[in-house]
Design a protein around this ligand. Sequence first.
Ligand code: SP5
Ligand code: ZN
Length: 317
Amino acid sequence: MKIIYSKKHKKHNPPFEIYDGVKESYAEKADRIEGIVKTLREKGFGKYIQRPFRFPKKYIQAIHHREYVRFLREKTQSLKKGNVLYPSYFMMDTYTPLVSGTYHAAIESVNIALTGAKYILQGEPVIYSLCRPPGHHASEKSTGGYCYFNNAAIAANFLASYGNVAILDIDFHHGNGTQSIFYDRSDVLYLSIHADPRKRFPYSSGFVDEIGRGDGKGFTKNYPLSLGTKNSTYLRVLEKTIQDIENYSPAYLIISLGFDTYAHDPIGGFKLTESFYSTIGKTIANLHLPTLIIQEGGYNTKALGGLAYNFLNGFIK
Ligand code: SP5
Ligand code: ZN
C-alpha cells in the first residue's frame, strides 16, 4: 500500500489550545503522524511517497473562498516565529490557532490528499494519505477543530469529476466542514459516524435530521452514537453505512479516518478496542472500491501506530 507523507507538517506546532477557558497542551501534535510512521516502518508496512506532488491553487479554491485562503496565507506570513493567533474573522474556536508554519503545512496536507487521489485515478486500489493538519472540520470559509483546509473534501471534489464519490467519516467527531461543503450535492455522498453532538465537538451539527438540501437531499447521513459506545454497537452502525454506500454505488470511496474513537483516546469517549480496528478496516474493504484513506484525528500518540497498523492490515486482508 502506498503511504503519502511529508515532513512539512512539523512546521505547524501551536503551543496550546484553550478549553473551558484553560490553556492546555495542543492535542493535535506532530508526534501523532511521526508515531504512526515509526510503528508502520518497524512492522515493514507500506511503501512511502515522501514528496507529494504539488497542485494548482484552483483545487483548494474550488472548495474554500479565495478571501479565506488569502487570509490564512497573509496572517501566517505576518506572524513572527513563536507567535500565535487566536480567534478572529474566519476562525471560529479556540482549538485552531495560526502559527508561522500553519499555512505551508496546511497546503502540504492538501497536496498529500490530492497525491493520493491522483494515484487512485491511476488505478491504485487503496492509498493512505497521512494528512496533518486534519481537515474535516474546515468549511468553505472557516477553520475549526484543528482543521484549516478540508483535505478530504478537496480530494473528493477532484475525484468527483471522474465518478461519484462516497465519503465515510469515522473520526470520533462529526465532520461539519465536509457536510457543509457537499450539503447541496448528489455526486458526493457524505456519511458520518460520530459522538452525540449534544455532548461533544462540534456541538452544532451531526444530527440525524441533517440529510442534505436541494439536489443534495438524501446524500448526507449522520449516525450519532452515545458516549461509551463499544465495538459491537459500532460494528452494527458501520454495517449500515456499508449498506448505504452499496446502494449509492460510487466509483470512489474516501475514508475520513480518525483514531479518536479508541477507548484510551485523551479527548474521545467511545470504547473501541485496539484489535477492533482491523475489523473496521476489513468491513470497509469488503466494498471493493478504490479507496483513499485520509488521516483526520486521533490523539493517543503512543497508541496511534498500532491502531493504524491494525486498520490497514485489516483492510488489505
Ligand atoms: C480533527 C479532530 O478530531 N478535531 C477534534 C477537535 C476537538 N477539539 C475540542 C476538544 C478539546 C479537547 N480538550 C479537552 C481536554 C479535557 N481536559
Ligand atoms: Zn476527531
